[in-house]
Design a protein around this ligand. Structure first.
Ligand code: FES
Ligand code: FES
Length: 137
């Protein structure tokens, strides 16, 4: 299988690897696993509570190159977006940007699910209702 230059770039030089302080009320953490392969992704957002804008995003992915590239790209896209705007990042946009092959689509789903989980964790900490997302196959 051949990977696109963008995958290789994000994989060999991932952006925003790391950890944000989970105990902070304005930090949301999403931890998701892919049933397809057992890979695990943790993605965190830090929200400026005054503006609702995501000021920082970090990830740690124990998984394949495409999952690492997807989460690296996702954290880049998250920064500077409002929490509402962040919900518009869907896995197919990641697939297109990275030109992921069909067998690697679930790696991008992992990133979308991690974003949603991080947003819900943030909402819960803010005393807001958690959002309900459609189940995937
Ligand atoms: Fe082995 Fe993803 S299946 S790293
Ligand atoms: Fe499973 Fe990429 S192979 S996340």
């Amino acid at each position: 299988m051949s990977y696109s230059d963008k995958v290789i770039d994000h994989y060999s030089n991932p952006k925003n690897v790391g950890t944000l302080d989970k105990s902070k009320k304005n930090v949301g953490t999403g931890l998701v696993g892919a049933p397809e392969c057992g890979d695990v992704m943790r993605l965190q957002i830090e929200v400026d509570e005054a503006t609702g804008v995501i000021s920082d995003a970090k990830f740690k992915t124990f998984g394949c190159g495409s999952a690492i590239a997807s989460s690296s790209l996702a954290t880049e896209w998250l920064k500077g977006k409002s929490v509402e705007e962040a919900l518009t990042i869907d896995n197919m946009t990641i697939v297109e940007e990275l030109s992921l092959p069909p067998v690697k689509i679930h790696c991008s789903v992992l990133a979308e699910d991690a974003i949603k989980a991080a947003i819900n964790d943030y909402r819960k900490k803010q005393g807001l209702e958690e959002l309900v997302f459609e189940e995937r196959i």
